[in-house]
Design a protein around this ligand. Structure first.
Ligand SMILES: *Cc1c(COP(=O)(O)O)cnc(C)c1O
Length: 371
């Protein structure tokens, strides 16, 4: 059997055609027409007024944090169970990340734990939707409103997901996306900041482009970065976006098929198919080993690799990161649920190009390695 990779994108729509257009017209930098087109199409698809395309999802978060004026001494609440990009954006802005634990079934931040973490220094909540189900936004929005907190919504795993009829990526002051090849749509490397606010949009555009000024180009009032997305990348984005609905259906099919085939294995915790506010979009298909399994995720992944099945570990908690512990950022913090799933959880092949036959092969080997 050939290797079944943890992810493989599908690039067989208009990708080649639009890339050829870039090369034939000579428009390859961020000045090309696909960038604006991609921004407008993506923003409107997500129900936002402005889209600012950037070079990846991590810098989208950096720009969002700075654009909201979050800086020294401010506190931002976020899930501990997330990617380093979230906490890094907060720390690099000089602010303090304050983590909450996640729920054992959805793996998303436990919204009921947020209020206890709010202090006079709290400026914002960074919401991160994890793996396939959105965070329960309604109580979170009420809380943020009551305490006057900003919301940054990291929707990098939620392209096309809906929370109670509203697109993920349309919540709060600013939302961010990534277009890395394992996301629902990809530009190779890429990201987007979305907002409805004209001033925030303009600020993000300036931050993306070194804070050059329209009148006096080389006079700088603020430090920005070069976060620009190229026309080549945006061409891929436009082609991929044309197929988002199909890709969402494909991911849901993969998720449902895995669930059908794995649900009679008692020692595995599977992703929830739905909650009362959303259906799982299965960005990835995660598994958590129950307590009766005598080994942890690392050993399970090692065994699967021996059978040529690609996997990835679950996130490692932010409060357990050496780089932050060394900064004494999370002294005394414990988040037992996230700590447990970080050690017992991993995800299996769930890319867009995964076939039904491959799904069955993966399941067969999972059953074998658990014996
Ligand atoms: C992928 C991802 C990012 C980072 O995006 P990159 O484009 O890889 O920098 C940020 N947040 C979440 C939740 C992600 O899944």
């Amino acid at each position: 059997m050939n290797l079944i990779p943890v992810n493989e994108p599908l690039l067989n729509g208009n990708e080649k055609k639009y890339l050829n257009e870039c090369i034939e017209t000579g428009w390859i930098s961020s000045e090309g027409p696909f960038v604006k087109q991609f921004e407008e199409l993506f923003a409107s698809r997500m129900g936002r007024r402005h889209g600012i395309a950037v070079s990846n999802g991590s810098v989208a978060l950096e720009a969002a944090v700075v654009a909201l004026g979050i800086s020294h001494g401010d506190e931002v609440i976020l899930p501990t169970f997330t990617i380093i990009s979230c906490a890094a954006a907060i720390v690099r802005a000089g602010a303090i990340p304050v983590v909450v634990d996640c729920q054992p079934d959805t793996w998303n931040m436990d919204v009921s734990q947020i209020e206890a973490k709010i202090t006079p220094k709290t400026k914002a909540i960074m919401v991160v939707h994890i793996y396939g189900l959105p965070v329960d936004m309604e109580p979170l929005l009420i809380l943020a409103n009551r305490y006057g907190l900003q919301i940054i919504e990291d929707a990098a795993q939620m392209h096309g997901q809906i929370y109670k009829g509203r697109p993920c990526g349309s919540f709060g002051a600013i939302s961010t996306f990534s277009f890395y090849p394992n996301k629902h749509i990809t530009t190779g490397e890429g990201g987007m900041v979305l907002t409805d606010d004209d001033n925030l949009a303009e600020h993000c555009r300036a931050l993306r482009n070194l804070c050059f000024q329209p009148q006096k180009r080389f006079l700088h009032e603020e430090l920005g970065w070069n976060l620009r997305l190229s026309n080549l990348q945006a061409a891929l984005g436009v082609a991929q976006l044309e197929r988002l609905d199909e890709f969402v259906l494909r991911k849901r099919h993969i998720g449902q098929r895995y669930t059908e085939l794995l649900s009679n294995i008692p020692s595995l915790q599977l992703p929830l198919p739905q909650t009362d506010y959303a259906d799982n979009i299965y960005w990835v298909y995660g598994l958590v080993l129950k307590d009766d399994v005598p080994f942890d995720a690392e050993e399970a992944m090692r065994r699967l690799a021996q059978h040529k099945i690609g996997t990835r570990p679950f996130f490692w908690c932010m409060h357990e990161q050496p780089v932050f512990r060394n900064k004494r950022l999370f002294d005394g913090v414990s988040c037992p649920v996230a700590e447990r799933i970080a050690r017992r959880g991993f995800y299996i092949p769930s890319g867009m190009a995964l076939t039904d036959v491959q799904i069955e092969q993966v399941v067969e080997i999972i059953i074998k390695i658990l014996k």
